[in-house]
Write a protein that binds this ligand. Structure first.
Ligand SMILES: [Zn+2]
Length: 198
């Protein structure tokens, strides 16, 4: 699920042991809340880390939100300037920290409350207090993004700017069919930096 945000947003909600302290998460919550207004998913939200489609039916959804700051390989007609909802995780695929941060991307693990009515899933105008930030990684932290190939980009959604993030690659490797897995492994080998967990 990639949601380009003309009108984005998010939220935090879990009482997990957030590694983000209040001082750090407040600006993120405010930014996300300000950017997300009545975002509609139109249909159910599916987990982006399941190899088989898995709908997320909870009223709070764990989302990886990103802000693209820099990427040496991406050529975009329009550079997104706000937070983007990059990936959703079901409870089976849940994480509480960003184990493999990627340089050039601000990354936040947030919990976003969603409303369901008339078969439409949406996020109403959130207040900063509605957004729960479990983890945050600034763009200066982590490994350089994975090297991307034309083949990978051709296979991806054109708006999928988060595809080279390491947390996504790690999740994709687990369920990737063989040809894709082999290609990803080759790209990982070609990358300047690789998280140790891969
Ligand atoms: Zn899942």
């Amino acid at each position: 699920m990639i949601v380009p945000l003309d009108t984005p947003l998010f939220h935090l909600g879990f009482n997990l042991q957030a590694e983000v302290n209040e001082n750090m998460s407040d600006p993120i919550r405010r930014e996300i809340a300000e950017e997300l207004h009545a975002l509609s998913f139109e249909e159910d939200i599916a987990c982006d880390y399941h190899d088989r489609p898995k709908t997320i039916s909870k009223d709070e959804v764990l989302i990886e939100a990103i802000r693209l700051i820099d990427h040496p390989q991406l050529r975009l007609e329009e550079w997104p300037d706000g937070w983007i909802l990059d990936a959703a995780r079901c409870s089976d695929c849940g994480v509480e920290t960003i184990e493999e941060p990627t340089k050039g991307f601000e990354e936040a693990l947030v919990i976003l409350p969603v409303n369901r009515s008339n078969n439409v899933v949406s996020v109403d105008t959130p207040e900063p207090s509605d957004v729960s930030v479990l983890a945050y990684s600034p763009a200066t932290e982590g490994c350089h993004p994975m090297t991307i190939s034309q083949m990978l980009m051709d296979a991806a959604d054109p708006d999928d700017v988060g595809i080279a993030r390491w947390i996504r690659i790690k999740g994709a490797l687990d369920g990737a069919p063989d040809p894709l897995r082999a290609h990803l492994e080759q790209l990982i080998k070609q990358s300047n930096e690789v998280p140790t967990s891969l």
